[in-house]
Design a protein around this ligand. Structure first.
Ligand code: PAF
Length: 327
């Protein structure tokens, strides 16, 4: 016959192990991938996402961050989201448009006037309709984040007018919209996945690349590129995407918390972009870059507008004009 105290210990142990195992069962860690460092706008977005979901679920949903393309380039990450080997990601539309073609409309050069214009479109009906396209391609998109306006860097010479681009071998994303416009401008576009870019710049197999200040600063491209031209040729959105395997297994309550976390991530990225827009040029100058500010953007835009009829055919003139007319 066991003593009374022994029975109490057994019951207490059983209760506590039950609580522990149910807490452990409820706990979930989501793998979140992105292409840049933790110090980038994507890192800022992932941090805000992690903090928000951690807080709203009392730590039941945790985020494990895989920065610097640790789970592969953006294309592989999207495939991972579709099959459930990656749970969440922050991505550029340069990659998503190969899966959700309609998202490419935001990649049309000289479409947005400024950051406010872009944010208004992305946060409004047009942005929401495009988020709703993702489930048709086996992906769940929760919110539009941001990279900022893309500019050109290269190792050869200052670029002020489209004529200065002649013969420059410029890495582009695997983005047919950008490529069409860049060809029209006289560049030699070389599509390449981001993880290969810095080696290609170092080895001189490409002369330059184009990305927003958020990327140029956080990826320290000043160590490989001498010239930065403020072409602002195209706005770069980002999008927070989760795997349907994760999303569909969640309660409505957790889905709402995930959406809230994605909106926090989007805000984190926009705050980063606002800040780098103010401080980035000074940082890059100190790091030795030569910055061309007086770029003839009107001439760049005029040339790119020659290919707008192609974009009208691809995405509908009405959609493009309703983006342009958003005030
Ligand atoms: O240039 C790109 O491929 C993208 O802008 C990057 C740097 C991977 C961020 O999404």
């Amino acid at each position: 016959m066991r003593p009374q105290w022994f029975k109490k210990v057994l019951v207490a142990t059983a209760i506590s192990s039950l609580c522990f195992s149910s807490a452990a069962m409820a706990e979930k860690t989501l793998k979140m991938a992105y292409a840049l460092s933790k110090d980038s706008h994507y890192g800022a977005g992932a941090k805000a996402f992690e903090e928000s979901i951690g807080k709203s679920t009392n730590g039941e949903i945790k985020i494990e961050q895989f920065a610097n393309s640790a789970l592969g380039g953006e294309r592989e990450v999207i495939e991972g989201l579709q099959i459930g080997t990656v749970d969440a990601a922050i991505l550029s539309t340069g990659a998503t448009l190969n899966f959700v073609p309609q998202t490419g409309v935001f990649d049309i050069p000289f479409l947005f006037r400024d950051l406010d214009h872009a944010r208004k479109v992305l946060d409004g009906d047009i942005g929401n309709k495009l988020l709703a396209e993702f489930p048709k391609r086996g992906l769940v998109a929760l919110a539009w984040g941001e990279q900022g306006f893309r500019h050109l860097t290269n190792s050869k010479h200052a670029v002020k007018t489209p004529a200065d681009l002649k013969g420059l071998k410029i890495r582009t994303t695997e983005n047919p919209i950008h490529i069409t416009a860049f060809k029209e401008l006289g560049m030699l576009p070389t599509p390449m996945a981001w993880p290969e870019v810095q080696t290609a710049l170092q080895q001189g197999t490409i002369d330059g690349q184009e990305n927003p200040l958020s990327v140029i600063v956080s990826a320290k491209l000043s160590s490989q590129q001498k010239h930065l031209s403020l072409t602002g040729h195209v706005y770069g959105p980002a999008v927070i995407v989760v795997s349907p395997m994760v999303y569909d297994s969640m309660s409505d309550e957790d889905k709402a918390k995930l959406k809230e976390a994605a909106l926090a991530a989007a805000q984190g990225m926009r705050d980063f972009v606002d800040n780098v827009e103010k401080t980035g040029l000074e940082t890059l100058t100190k790091e030795g870059m030569e910055i061309t500010q007086d770029v003839d953007r009107a001439e760049f835009a005029k040339i790119v507008h020659n290919v707008y009829p192609e974009f009208h055919k691809k995405f509908s003139k009405e959609l493009i004009e309703s983006i342009q007319n958003t005030k």
